[in-house]
Design a protein around this ligand. Structure first.
Ligand SMILES: Cc1cc2nc3c(=O)[nH]c(=O)nc-3n(C[C@H](O)[C@H](O)[C@H](O)COP(=O)(O)O)c2cc1C
Ligand code: SF4
Ligand code: SF4
Length: 431
């Protein structure tokens, strides 16, 4: 069995699976039950000045039979008194000294306020702090959460204020509701962040009830934008984690969050640069015990790969993620149909004919049976037919790169530039 322990900027945890700051980490009772179930760490539900929550507050997107493909909420930070939370954090840490307890914080952009809450929270013995610069609703209207998190200067200065008072590692949790997440990641690092976590929830409206015309969810007939999370946001979160991981100006450990539901998702985030992961929606959907499968699956995977420690995964795929201009324009694949496994549903033919490159021919064999064949010379290797095919293995994408040497768009532009300098238009056309 591999070693599952991680060390995120000095915060040590028995495995990489943490609960994210959210309803599952609202009380000591819940966090202690989560640790008993096997979670390695928990980020306590955000503490700050007490707020009033609305009823109702959650909604979900069920897509084609999959319940909770996406999850939407208009909940705010904790609505429980600070003193009670602090007492429960103390008790939980005492019972589980080897588990990671990080406490999420959100106060107004005010130096004294940050110093005050940091000191109070650290006094009860936490392993680290997470600054919530991500909550997109309710708190943002008060200048906190995403309102702070969307402005790099506010991220930087507030991180700095926290670092002035903090003795434990400081993680800055970033909002995805921004054009370039690396700009706020870099600001957090300039402010002294020991690590970053991402993503918080994405601005969203879950739906509209077409009978009552109310928003979903609604509070007495009125709705407001909420935060979207769950499996649907995973690709967005993964990209943002990867973008931070490959940016040398970020350069601090990353706690990956967003749509992580199983050990495979966790492996993907770690390969893309996360040191560990946090989970909210999957725990809300299926309960704390999903962590058992996560631990088993991760252990088996590491054994199969011959890896002694989960930390060996961190960042392994980052060098394979780049800008479009660095992709080889001479690399080519084509679709190939295996007529033995094909069930002749025709979905690939329709997809290619209607919305791709019209290169799957319907032919008839000696026995008068119809079959499909890709005209490889016209196939652009877009993958669409393989995506829509309901039968695993019926369509394979085969590499057919020719004799041309690899050439990226950037290299091509550079070559054209050099030829232009020499004003040799004949050669220019050849490129
Ligand atoms: C109901 C709900 C409440 C949340 N409350 C907080 C919060 O208080 N502080 C915080 O930093 N993030 C909060 N989040 C965001 C989660 O911590 C997490 O970043 C997000 O849900 C993405 O992870 P997931 O796809 O695993 O749910 C909340 C999420 C949900 C669904
Ligand atoms: S890969 Fe694209 S272009 Fe090629 S056969 Fe499939 S759908 Fe058509
Ligand atoms: S979509 Fe798949 S199963 Fe259906 S006809 Fe095409 S190859 Fe065969």
């Amino acid at each position: 069995m591999a070693d599952l322990r991680i060390n995120l900027a000095g915060i040590v945890s028995p495995n990489p699976f943490w609960l994210a700051s959210a309803p599952p980490t609202n009380t000591g009772y819940q966090v202690q039950r989560a640790f008993e179930a096997g979670w390695g760490g928990a980020v306590w539900k955000t503490l700050g000045d007490p707020i009033i929550n609305t009823s109702s507050r959650f909604a979900a997107i069920h897509f084609n039979g999959q319940r909770v493909a996406g999850f939407n909420n208009i909940e705010l930070i904790t609505d429980r008194p600070l003193e009670i939370n602090l007492k429960e954090i103390y008790e939980t840490k005492k019972r589980f000294p080897n588990h990671a307890i990080v406490v999420s914080l959100m106060v107004e952009p005010n130096r004294e306020k940050w110093h005050e809450i940091v000191k109070k929270v650290e006094a009860v013995g936490v392993d680290g702090l997470e600054l919530n610069f991500g909550c997109p609703h309710g708190m943002a209207e008060r200048g906190m959460g995403a309102a702070s998190g969307q402005q790099p200067d506010l991220v930087e200065v507030q991180t700095m204020w926290v670092k002035e008072a903090a003795t434990t590692p400081v993680i800055v949790k970033l909002t995805p509701n921004i054009t370039d997440i690396t700009s706020t990641a870099k600001a957090a690092v300039r402010g002294g962040a020991d690590a970053i976590s991402l993503i918080n929830t994405i601005n969203s409206l879950a739906g509209v009830d077409i009978d009552s015309w109310n928003t979903i969810p609604h509070v007495g007939g009125k709705g407001s934008h909420g935060g979207y999370c769950g499996p649907a946001v995973k690709p967005i979160a993964l990209h943002m984690v990867a973008d931070c991981a490959r940016n040398p100006e970020v350069g601090v450990p990353i706690s990956g969050i967003g749509g992580i539901s199983n050990w495979r998702d966790a492996v993907e985030f770690m390969l893309m640069g996360a040191t560990g992961v946090q989970v909210c929606t999957a725990a809300m959907h299926h309960g704390f015990r999903i962590v058992e499968d996560m631990i088993d699956g991760l252990n088996n995977y590491l054994d199969e790969k011959g890896l002694a420690s989960v930390t060996e995964l961190i960042g392994k795929s980052v060098p394979r993620y780049s800008d479009w201009g660095n992709l080889d324009l001479n690399y080519a694949v084509v679709a190939r149909i295996d007529t033995d496994t094909c069930i002749n549903c025709n979905k690939c033919h329709i997809a290619c004919e209607d919305t791709s490159h019209q290169c799957i021919d319907m032919l008839t064999d000696d026995q008068g049976q119809s079959y499909l064949q890709v005209r490889e010379e016209d196939c652009v290797g877009c993958n669409l037919c393989a995506i829509v095919c309901p039968v695993d293995g019926a369509i394979s994408m085969i590499e057919v790169s020719g004799n041309d040497a690899p050439m990226t768009w950037n290299e091509r532009q550079e070559a054209i530039g050099k030829l232009s300098e020499g004003e040799d238009s004949t050669k220019k056309e050849a490129v």
